[in-house]
Design a protein around this ligand. Sequence first.
Ligand code: NAP
Ligand code: GCO
Length: 261
Amino acid sequence: MNFADIFSLEGKIALVTGASYGIGFSIASALAEAGATIVFNDINEDFLAKGVAAYKDAGIDAKGYICDVTDEPAVQKMVAQIGEDVGPVDILVNNAGIIARTPMHEMEAKDFRKVIDIDLTAPFIMAKAVLPSMMERNSGKIINICSMMSELGRETVSAYAAAKGGLKMLTRNIASEYGAYNIQCNGIGPGYIETPQTAPLREPGHPFNSFILAKTPANRWGTTQDLKGPAVFLASAASDFVNGHVLYVDGGILAYIGKQP
Ligand code: NAP
Ligand code: GCO
C-alpha cells in the first residue's frame, strides 16, 4: 500500500452520529473527502434537513436518518436500514452528545442520568448495533468523541465528566474485547472547540474565554477543521495497529500547567 492509500477511505461506509452541524459535520466531511460514503443521524427533522443541504453544498452526497441514539430498538432499525440502503457500516463515529452546566449540589438525578444516557450509554448502544457485522467481516473502526473532561474535572460539569471519563474506558474495553476481530476502537478528545455547544462560554466578556486561552499553549480556541486529520487517521488503515487510545486534539492543554497570572 502506498502512502496516500494508507489514508484512503474509498469504498468504506461511515456512520457519524449527531452530524448535521458542529464537530460531527466536520468529521463526516473529512471522511467523505478521504473517499467514504457518509450516513448520519439527528433527532431533529429540521436540523437533519439542514444537514443534508449543508453536505450537498459541500459536494457530499450524505444520507440522513432520524434517530435518537439512546433508543436501542430505533438504533437497531436504523443500522439495518443503512445496511439495505448503502451497505454495512465500516466506520462508526459516536459524536452525538450534550452537556449540562449545573453545580452538582443543585443538579437533579434525572438531569445527570440524561447526560450519561446520551454521552455514554448511547455509544454502547451504537457500537453494539454495528459490532456483529464488523466481527463477521473481520474489520471495523469505532471512534468515540471524548473530551478534556475524560481526564480533567471542572465546576458544573459532573455528569459530563463522568460520562466522558466512562467513554474513555468504554473505548479501551471495546478495543480489548474486539481487537482480535481486527476492530480498532479509539477516541478523539477535542480541546475547547468553537461550536454551538461552547457558544455560551465564548460570549463577549465571558471570563471563560481568557481562562481557556491561558490554559492552551496554542493560545486559541480549536476549530472543527482541527479534528479532520485525526478523524481520517483513526478511520483509515494508517491506524490499524492503534487500539484503545484517546487522541487529544487540544492545542496542548493536557501538557500545560497554565499561564502564570
Ligand atoms: P453540538 O454542536 O451541540 O452538536 C451535538 C449534536 O448531537 C447535535 O447535532 C445534536 O442534535 C446531536 N444529538 C444530541 N442528542 C442526540 C440524540 N439523543 N440522538 C441523536 N443526536 C443527538 O456539539 P459539538 O460541540 O459539535 O460536539 C460534538 C461532540 O463532541 C459531543 O459528543 C461533545 O461532547 C464533544 N466535544 C465537544 C467539544 C467542544 O468544544 N465543542 C469539546 C470536546 C468534546 P440536535 O441539534 O438536533 O439536538
Ligand atoms: C465544559 C465542557 C465542554 C468542552 C469540552 C472540552 O468545560 O463546559 O468541558 O464545554 O467543550 O468538552 O473538551
